[in-house]
Design a binder for this molecule. Structure first.
Ligand code: ZN
Length: 241
């Protein structure tokens, strides 16, 4: 299915650090967008410093799935934008939260938890295990795959128990992490995917790109009826005089 995807990126590291710009010359959003274009989707990108962060009501209205990468500037995302994204998720827009997006305003609001975790940045190996092989987000993946150099995120990850856990990460230093978590809020589907520290070429990794493609397909809005809420007349006579 061809979806309308908006890839959002804070896009600050790439502008101020030449080593990160060398890894992601088109920005992190450029690498993620290219993976999703490969899958045949219509992809636009949006970044923090654009007017309204590139996420106007019109853009969000046209978006089936939004992907989110942010790190240092979560606080700079306007509450009004967060409110708009939240509403769209409840209406059915899919949301893929990546790596340090665990501390974004939108993810914390949707989770209702601190979303805190352990971390360490020494470039150790991460091995990602597929723990739900029949889940659509695991489609086409091997039982496990490795990322040679990544930042470590370790448990406990303070989020609600996911509706489905697709991936579990092991790190060279000994920690483990629930690195692929599915949630539903309202009519919307949310997927948190752990890898993607800015100084490593993680978003060029073939299995990581496959996960991004699968996750977007999974998070697509459903085609079922739009629910009606509130006071409601009976559909049949209840038979009271
Ligand atoms: Zn990071």
């Amino acid at each position: 299915m061809r979806l309308s995807v908006t890839v959002w990126n804070e896009f600050r590291h790439e502008k101020r650090d030449s080593r990160i710009a060398a890894v992601y010359p088109e920005g992190i959003h450029g690498a993620i967008a290219s993976a999703l274009r490969e899958a045949g989707h219509t992809v636009r990108t949006a970044t923090l410093d654009e007017p309204e962060h590139g996420l106007t009501a019109e853009v969000l209205e046209q978006t089936d799935v939004l992907t989110w990468w942010g790190h240092n500037a979560h606080k700079e995302v306007a509450d009004e934008t967060v409110e708009r994204i939240h509403q769209r998720v409840l209406e059915g827009m899919g949301l893929i939260v990546l790596h340090s997006g665990h501390f974004s305003k939108i993810f914390k609001r949707l989770m209702g938890a601190s979303c805190a975790l352990k971390w360490r940045e020494v470039g150790e190996r991460e091995r990602i295990w597929v723990v739900d092989p029949s889940h659509p987000i695991a489609h086409g993946l091997p039982e496990h795959f490795e990322i040679e150099h990544e930042e470590m995120y370790g448990e406990r990850f303070d989020v609600p128990a996911p509706d489905a856990l697709v991936f579990l990460s092991w790190f060279q230093g000994g920690e483990v992490f629930r690195s692929g978590c599915c949630y539903r809020r309202g009519s919307g589907k949310i997927f948190y995917f752990r890898p993607g520290h800015e100084s490593y070429p993680t978003y060029y990794h073939p299995e990581v790109r496959r996960v991004l493609q699968n996750a977007v397909a999974w998070a697509a809005p459903g085609c079922g009826p739009k629910p009606e809420f509130g006071k409601f007349p009976p559909l049949e006579s209840i038979g009271r005089a």
